[in-house]
Design a protein around this ligand. Structure first.
Ligand SMILES: NC(=O)c1ccc[n+]([C@@H]2O[C@H](COP(=O)([O-])OP(=O)(O)OC[C@H]3O[C@@H](n4cnc5c(N)ncnc54)[C@H](O)[C@@H]3O)[C@@H](O)[C@H]2O)c1
Ligand SMILES: [Fe+2]
Length: 386
């Protein structure tokens, strides 16, 4: 185990929810409460700005993430954003968007590093200086409450991978939930982000050493809300989400609180090279491995916490504990059809190469595996998902 994971394991304190949490009906109410103005930097997307913010004619400095490249944050994107937004041009950072925007804003709140690579590889310190307000517009990452910012970075070998920068100095100061903003989120990113939140709750629930009584409470509540939402979608189709958005965005926050303490695990660890190499969206790359990893856990260690998980899922979905994992996987298939890894560009040689990268770069996640992970077991999982 790496020393960072070891220090997290030693921390026996219960959850400290660092940000202050608010809920608003719409962007206008939020803007008024926080007196948004000239010295506020608002990082968002133009397609979120137009329907929800433009009408208020605020003097904030609006910056649209898409101007710096598509997809998830990368070393290049962060460098370009730093260059375009002078550090002294704002006092407060407001993140209004998906997990990618949340993660970028965390970096805009800290002292500028010498290079982004040095920041992610811990050669530069993380120093919190500016207030960050996080407003999620997807219902997945929980990034609004976490101490992690994920980016695609270059390893010393030159290969790219996803890496999480972890520091309590990047936890946003305030979180505002505005379910209204999720109305324009298309179905596919909605579904993959909601599955991501379910995976956060599951990995936290099964986390062998870092789980606590309060993280369990948040995991269970998140699972109940999300699975009820998925049941409605399974029965009535994608539009069933629209009058349940407040529940979904609340559940993803709960799941974020759970994994802040208990940690994510194998699903995230194994999906990171997939996202880093083939640019598979975060929720989707986790989903590609989730069902298989649960099956493997069930094969190796069906009793213990996994039995409690199966009873819980069985209670929520109305089936026997022994059928919980297949029933869950069948429900997820209705929410979002599962694709084999090769459809994302994953190559046969990755079956051997990815476990090496996971072992090297993702110890903080693999350490929390419900069944201890080995290279061989990871090879099997990738092969069976291939
Ligand atoms: N820091 C953490 O704790 C943490 C945890 C998990 C994931 N992540 C990171 O979060 C990112 C994934 O976040 P995500 O799943 O929210 O995806 P995302 O931020 O990439 O958003 C998904 C897509 O939906 C669009 N979108 C978002 N809100 C919208 C809205 N209201 N209307 C219309 N379109 C909208 C985005 O522009 C994007 O195209 C990844 O970069 C991942 O690494 C971070
Ligand atoms: Fe995630």
């Amino acid at each position: 185990m790496d020393s960072f994971s070891a220090s997290l394991m030693k921390d026996k304190r219960e959850i400290i929810i660092a940000p202050t949490i608010y809920k608003f009906q719409n962007f206008g109410e939020f803007a008024q409460e926080f007196s948004l103005g000239k010295r506020d930097l608002v990082l968002t997307n133009e397609f979120i700005y137009k329907p929800f913010m433009e009408q208020y004619n605020l003097e904030c400095q609006y910056v649209f993430q898409e101007k710096f490249g598509a997809g998830e944050p990368s070393e290049e994107m962060i460098t370009a954003i730093f260059e375009a937004i002078p550090y002294d041009s704002y006092d407060r950072v407001v993140a209004i968007g998906g997990g990618a925007i949340m993660d970028l804003c965390k970096l805009l709140g800290i002292k500028r590093p010498s290079t982004v690579n040095n920041l992610y590889f811990k050669k530069d310190p993380v120093v919190h200086e500016k207030e960050v307000i996080a407003v999620p517009t997807t219902c997945g990452t929980g990034s609004e409450v976490t101490n992690i910012s994920v980016a695609i970075v270059h390893e010393p070998s030159g290969a790219t991978t996803k890496l999480g920068l972890v520091s309590d100095d990047i936890i946003p100061n305030k979180v505002c939930l505005i379910p209204d903003l999720l109305k324009t989120l298309p179905y596919k990113p909605f579904a993959s982000s909601a599955i991501d939140a379910l995976i956060h709750a599951t990995e936290s629930y099964l986390s062998p050493a870092r789980k606590t009584m309060t993280s369990e409470l948040f995991s269970v509540k998140a699972m109940e809300i999300i699975l009820e939402g998925f049941r409605r979608i399974g029965e009535n189709g994608p539009d069933a989400r629209l009058d349940y958005l407040e529940e979904f965005v609340t559940a993803s926050l709960y799941a974020g609180i759970a994994f802040l303490k208990a940690g994510c695990a194998t699903v995230h660890g194994m999906s990171f090279p997939l996202g880093g190499t083939y640019h598979v969206p975060h929720g989707e790359s986790n989903y590609a491995l989730f069902g298989k990893i649960l099956e493997i856990y069930d094969e190796y260690k069906p009793e213990g916490e996994l039995m409690n998980f199966k009873k819980l899922v069985g209670r929520i979905l109305g089936c026997d504990a022994k059928d919980a994992i297949p029933t869950l996987n069948a429900l997820l298939e209705k929410v979002l059809p599962l694709k084999p890894l090769h459809e994302y560009g994953f190559k046969e040689s990755d079956i051997k190469d990815f476990p090496v990268s996971v072992m090297e770069n993702q110890q903080r996640l693999i350490t929390n595996s419900y069944v201890p992970m080995t290279k061989e077991l990871m090879e099997r999982i990738y092969r069976e998902c291939f």
